[in-house]
Design a protein. Structure first.
Length: 140
């Protein structure tokens, strides 16, 4: 598996192969929809990451952590699938690692991955906006 630094941020060839169409209309429809939905998922992941901060109540901490870990795994799984449809390889690779860390309850790896998300998502968003502009989509 390629290291995240060597993975493309966005590979349009994947999107074109998935949709079987390289028209500007298809590309802008797919990428604008992905941008909208992915933004929502990333925000939820960032919010879920805040639940890993311990309180003074061990019982509450365990319940919150278990729920947050399950939510994080679910969110990462869904976002990973969306990334695969549009060729967002770098973000997809990070989602794979985050999902695995959440399922294994590996908090240090999960927290490290969530910090990486703070860099990978803006990079992905910038590339999405650039490609959308290049294909005539003005709402960026």
């Amino acid at each position: 598996m390629a290291e995240p630094a060597t993975l493309p941020v966005l590979d349009l060839n994947v999107l074109i192969a998935m949709y079987g169409d390289n028209s500007a209309e298809t590309i802008t429809l797919a990428l604008s929809g992905f941008r909208r939905e992915a933004t929502h998922y990333v925000q939820q992941l960032q919010d879920a990451g805040q639940h890993y901060v311990p309180t003074n109540n061990a019982r509450t901490d365990n319940v919150l952590a278990d729920n947050a870990l399950a939510d994080t795994a679910r969110l990462c799984h869904s976002l990973k699938s969306m990334c695969g449809l549009v060729g967002a390889a770098k973000l997809m690779q990070l989602c794979i690692a985050l999902e695995q860390a959440a399922r294994q309850q590996d908090l240090p790896t999960l927290q490290s991955g969530l910090l990486k998300l703070a860099g990978v998502w803006p990079e992905t968003l910038a590339m999405l906006n650039l490609i959308l502009l290049q294909h005539g989509y003005a709402d960026v």
